[in-house]
Design a protein around this ligand. Sequence first.
Ligand code: 5GP
Length: 189
Amino acid sequence: MSVRPIVVSGPSGTGKSTLLKKLFAEYPDKFGFSVSHTTRSPRPGEVNGKDYNFVTVDQFKELIDKKGFIEWAQFSGNYYGTSIDAVKRVLEKDNKTCILDIDMQGVKSVKKTDLNARFLFLAPPSLEDLKARLTGRGTESSESLEKRLKQAEVELEYSKEPGAHDKIIVNEDLDRAYQEFKDFMLANE
Ligand code: 5GP
């Protein structure tokens, strides 16, 4: 039987990608990333097929119609989705622990599936800090920034609900957060 998948969520800009990159670099044979589909444009440095499968809205909708997604959602004006194939590839072909980086809607959807995932939430020290990080990253238009900050508040509220996540890590200090992150990841059954 394969190990339980791990769902990492948390507001855009909290450092999920940074922590995941460190983890994949340290444990390349142990963890595999579920590469989502998205209709948003690639950011500088993002690689198609590695960070995301970048697709058009038509291609995305085609996959919805074909029932190719485990879950999908609209976030900040774009479509994002976890395909059945993306998870299968990690679990069956690569035989690694599958990690999903998805938003709160995805978390709720995955809870309704039989994936039996564990849920980790990464929180910013504060909303002000998150705003500063997202602004500093320079990847978002002011419209996208506003949408992401609004969504961050919703995600933080949800994270306070009992049982929403198995573990919450506040990313204040990167090294400390990574240690906690790693401990949770390696505690898989
Ligand atoms: P970004 O555009 O910053 O890469 O991602 C925006 C949000 O979409 C993040 O919260 C990220 O976790 C989420 N996301 C990425 N892939 C998926 C997916 O396949 N499904 C869902 N529901 N959310 C996703």
